[in-house]
Design a protein around this ligand. Structure first.
Ligand code: ADP
Ligand code: MG
Length: 465
């Protein structure tokens, strides 16, 4: 695939970064800076504290990642940077991205420290020497209280998704941690929204911060927004109606509560729609599998609360459905900003009952758009064929630990097995397992041929998820 680089977009070459770092960015195919990177990196690399606000998917991780790597001395085996994140998924995503950015140096150790993992292993990893820690406030606080983490050489603190951390009630944990860090440091605060609490937090912990706000108007032509009137008791069924009418390939459905997520999942499954949900009860591996299946288009709908969906890097959504309208217009704008990215159009569909009137009026005002509420009875469900995702996910037992790379899997499928490149979708390799999306109609055949053949010279166990 060839891409046209816009001449107007600012290049990383303009930044005072080492040549090896520039080369890594080239390798990652980061050819130009995203707007938030262009606005924040010159300030951050000059050593300023920073408050940066931009929507999900705008490249905030690389913005602070490059800044903290710039402050880092790899030869000193001490924690020099700490990134606080609201959830384990986000901490994992941030860890991955920093590791990618840090590839230009041999031996930079990045360690995620979150609740839900064994303390013992984390302590051993800390003892082995770490440069960068990415973690949730509670777990970092735990380590500080036990004396298992040393932070006196820290020079960069990042508060990522700061608004969400406050929403989740982490203020006091953050304060506990930050008050015990060296005062001589650079602090970078990243947030998708800018509620009052953020200003407070900044006043407490940042020094003469520069502010960068990118409230990009979501290109209104790309997001088509519709509100539908519902009675509360028909809300969940209405989601199925919308899906059958609009027939999006990938939809993120937002609920305000976990219970509603579970209820919606049952209704959708009953309607024959492939849906999964993200919630705190899943084990890490199960959560990974949910995200992989959704991102590679083998599941039509991901049902989530704002907290669960926060910051997740999911591209290509044809629709966002607000099963409940959120009371906060800024969160609404943020939710629907996940659809209609790049060249694609997207649908933002919201269900509202009488009691939601005030909420949607506030949204229309905030978005400066006329408020029209449609009726579900206008939806024509002409196409009665089942809504089926285009892809199906195969799980191969064996991953990074077995030195399997995406190319090995693609090779096995397009080589001996005889499939074409076009029939194969996204390939994801994790430590223990690999996942490959294939066109739904070849899934069975692909399982059979992969099981009978070899991946990287070895027989492998394969199943459809
Ligand atoms: P945010 O934290 O703002 O939600 P992320 O940091 O997760 O966004 O970035 C979203 C995606 O964009 C990631 O997949 C990341 O690898 C990619 N990305 C970041 N910066 C660039 C860039 N300059 N060019 C191309 N892709 C980028
Ligand atoms: Mg982020």
């Amino acid at each position: 695939m060839s891409e046209i680089t816009e001449t107007a977009s600012p290049s990383f070459a303009e930044l005072p970064l080492p040549a090896a770092m520039q080369a890594t960015l080239q390798q990652l195919e980061y050819h130009s800076m995203t707007p938030i990177q262009a606005a924040s990196l010159p300030l951050a690399l000059a050593g300023n504290d920073l408050i940066a606000q931009a929507k999900t998917g705008s490249g905030k991780t690389a913005a602070f990642g490059l800044a903290l790597l710039n402050n880092l001395n790899p030869k000193r085996f001490a924690i020099q940077a700490l990134v606080l994140c609201p959830t384990r998924e986000l901490a994992d995503q941030v860890t991955q991205e920093i590791r990618r950015l840090a590839r230009f140096e041999e031996n930079i150790k990045v360690l995620p420290l979150c609740g839900g993992s064994a303390m013992r292993n984390q302590i051993t990893s800390l003892e082995n020497g770490v440069h960068i820690v990415v973690g949730t406030p509670g777990r970092i606080m735990d380590h500080m209280q036990r004396g298992s983490i040393r932070l006196e050489e820290l020079n960069t603190l990042v508060l990522d998704e700061a608004d969400r951390m406050l929403d989740m009630g982490f203020h006091d944990d953050i304060a506990y941690v930050v008050k015990r860090l060296p005062a001589e440091r650079q602090t970078l605060l990243f947030s998708a929204t800018y509620p009052e609490g953020i200003a407070q937090l900044a006043k407490q912990f940042l020094r003469q911060p520069k502010e960068v706000k990118l409230l990009e108007q979501h290109a209104e032509t790309k997001i088509r927004q519709r509100f539908y009137e519902v009675k509360n008791e028909e809300r969940l069924q209405a989601v199925a109606m919308l899906l059958k009418h609009y027939r999006p390939v990938s939809t993120l459905a937002f609920c305000n509560t976990k219970q509603q997520c579970r209820d919606l999942l049952n209704v959708l499954r009953h309607e024959g729609i492939q849906a999964l949900t993200l919630n705190g009860d899943l084990e890490q591996r199960e959560r990974d599998q949910v995200l992989i299946q959704f991102a590679n288009r083998s599941v039509s709908v991901l049902v989530a609360t704002d907290v669960a969906a926060r910051g997740l890097d999911i591209a290509n959504l044809e629709a966002v459905i607000n099963v409940d309208v959120t009371p906060d217009p800024e969160i609404h704008i943020h939710r629907i900003g996940r659809t209609g990215r790049a060249e694609q159009d997207g649908w933002a569909l919201s269900l509202c009952s009488n009691s939601d009137r005030r909420r949607i009026t506030a949204i229309a005002q905030a978005m400066n758009c006329p408020l029209e509420v449609d009726s579900l009875s206008d939806l024509k469900n002409d196409d009665t064929s089942p809504l089926v995702p285009p892809m199906s996910t195969l799980q191969i037992l064996g991953g990074r630990k077995e030195k399997i790379r995406p190319g090995d899997i693609l090779g096995a499928l397009t080589g001996e097995a005889g499939f074409t490149r076009e029939q194969i979708g996204k390939i994801t390799v994790t430590d223990q397992s690999s996942y490959v999306a294939v066109n739904r109609d070849i899934a069975r055949d692909a399982v059979r041929k992969l099981s009978a053949g070899k991946v990287k010279g070895k027989t492998v166990k394969v199943r459809t998820l």
